[in-house]
Write a protein that binds this ligand. Sequence first.
Ligand code: NAD
Ligand code: TYD
Length: 351
Amino acid sequence: MNFDRTILVTGGAGFIGSHLVQRLLTNYPNYRIVNLDKLTYAGNLENLREVEDLPNYVFEKGDIVDAAFLGDLFNKYDFDSVIHLAAESHVDRSIANPMSFIETNIVGTVALLNAAKYHWKDFEGKLFYHVSTDEVYGSLGETGFFTETTAYDPRSPYSASKASSDHLVRAYHHTYGLPIIISNCSNNYGPYQFPEKLIPLMINNIKNNKPLPIYGDGKYTRDWLWVGDHAAAIDLIFHEGETGETYNIGGNNEWKNIDLVKILCQIVDELLDRPAGSAEKLITFVKDRPGHDRRYAIDASKLKEELNWEPSIQAEEGLRKTAKWYLDNSEWLEHVTSGAYKEYYTKMYEV
Ligand code: NAD
Ligand code: TYD
């Protein structure tokens, strides 16, 4: 079969990557999508079950840190573009073990940049799209928003590793002329998010009548975006964004953690047919995260004005959809938390 484009998506078995891969495969049957993923604890091929048999989909198990493997992959598929999502993504894990974040997020990104630069002798029609986070901008006070020109001020090992990768991607553009685009997005939520992150962790704990750990005073603020809206934004920027540019993506949907968890409590009580107020009793204030960023908020007006992008759903609807999905998919939850299913898939793809 002849394809119009061959795109390497890294981290396609993860939370956001799997939504993006599904979207690209279904919206562009004339594109071949090669999903490269190491299948860490956060990567699950089960997330892609609905599309894994499509003729334009290929899965390659591998590590983005492995330069020789990347060289072979570029030779094999002759990609015209890369959409790079593979990363270690959880702040608490980065506090416990920064080194794996340095390896994957920094060294892995440079290995990918090198592979693209080496293989794409002619940069015409090529694109290296780097998916990043708003956490690179640091922490806000009560007011203000991050724009594309906000100075970088990362404060956790996770955000420092992502900031570093952003700088390196820009450096490859300025130094070698590699065509790049970067987007920095706020906190995502929705189906297939590993249940260590705030929203799925809370839903799972409510279901199991376990304590709901709120770090510090609970007044930390995040700007939440429905994961499908992030995938739609990446699709749009990939096709219509300007090379060399950065785009901020956000939900315009700020919540203090404690208020968000209280709404989730109401929704999940309702869905589980439990008396109102049952879940809220599980809220437990715990020791704060070290170096906890107080507030993130994105100004996404560049994306709206230049590419006409807006989030499609707001929190209440999105949280209800998310809670329902996790309650309806307890098998998925069990698989990803037990690891048994992951081991099975990992073996299947072992070379
Ligand atoms: P995730 O942790 O759910 O998925 C990461 C994926 O990368 C997994 O499938 C994992 O197996 C794979 N991976 C990890 N190390 C790898 C390696 N060395 N080689 C190959 N694959 C590897 O993460 P996510 O939440 O889907 O985030 C995806 C990207 O989006 C990340 O770059 C993250 O920084 C960025 N981002 C995330 C959010 C968010 O709220 N989750 C917000 C903004 C930006
Ligand atoms: P998280 O989902 O880890 O995303 P990030 O740290 O990248 O923003 O956390 C979102 C917010 O929720 C953050 O302020 C930390 C807080 N939090 C809790 O209060 N309790 C928890 O158990 C978790 C995982 C997070």
